[in-house]
Design a protein around this ligand. Sequence first.
Ligand code: SAH
Ligand code: SF4
Length: 359
Amino acid sequence: MDIEKLQAALTELRQPAYRFKQIKLAVWRDLKDSFDAVDNIPLSLRQNLERLVPFDELVLRTEQQSVDGSVKALFGTRDNVSIESVLIPYGDGTRTVCVSTEAGCQLNCAFCATGHLGFTRVLTSSEIVEQVLYFARALKLKGERVTNVVFMGEGEPFLNYDNVKNAILLLNDKDGFNLGQRRISVSTSGIVPGIERFAAEDWQVNLAISLHAPVNGLRSILMPINRTYPLEQLMPALDAYIARTNRKLMIEYLLLGGLNDSTRNADALADLIHSYKEVLRLSVVNLIIYNPVTDSSGHPDRFKAPRLSSLRAFEEILNKREIAWTRRASFGSDISGACGQLAGELTPKKDQSEDLPSS
Ligand code: SAH
Ligand code: SF4
């Protein structure tokens, strides 16, 4: 539901102020799925609201369940745009929803299915939050709840900053979804003004940066946005972010076989991190194994996952150089729901890469 439309409707219907809070609690905290179910307000008001405010901004089109337990949902917006979200059930009991912030993405990173899709439009804050509500309602039926939200689906969050911010505030709202700020993470491809704005926010939300290459030449090939915000602008912004917030930064490093996974690349990554005092002090490299994607014309993949031996050698260098790192467990690759595979209705490509353990 669009919270501003709700507010406007309540004003139009000359309702007392407490009604707003009542309905907010029912929808965002108690996860009611229709006005009819909001049974602590008068029937006539429910009927009027139904007339004035669409209860849902998104409709579920399809849902796919992976063998690993993750679930990918494809939604349609009111103007018929497709977006995808994923629920990831980790073994430790956390239930993480990965939300899209845009339909498609403007940035066209070479390895990303979302980038290949092109860009349709940014999502509103209610469209972002409703992706979470959908999974929260489903989990509630099993006595479970959403424990974490990551802004790592389709789109670049910092090219839709205001709506992303409002979505975070709505998710965090004590009279609403009430999810702790520390349980929310935003991943950016490196929009420097967005990082600066994020650093100035008075909150505890986590930041992740998609680095993927330790030098400008390679990074600009993989991520065209690097031409606008090269490493010598990006790294100081990250350093300043940590200095200001004292929060741990996640550095995502997508390993592409034969491209950025050599020991030389690992050393260059360590050099880069060692050049920035705060980044060295309080960041952790999150190694991501490439998930195969198809482009819209169905052309075979230009990239491949790293060999297991390269991966181990890369990790060994990071250990030697005293760089903190973890490896990201991949979920949902069989349903094209893994990192970088979200792309509306594209079909999955068969994974021809070497079999790798997920953690
Ligand atoms: N646009 C933002 C957030 C969404 S992408 C960003 O780029 O950070 C979430 C993560 O998945 C990013 O680190 C992205 O680089 C990574 N990713 C993209 N394509 C991938 C692929 N094919 N395999 C694995 N990870 C991928
Ligand atoms: Fe956009 Fe992120 Fe994909 Fe790059 S990796 S195209 S920024 S969604």
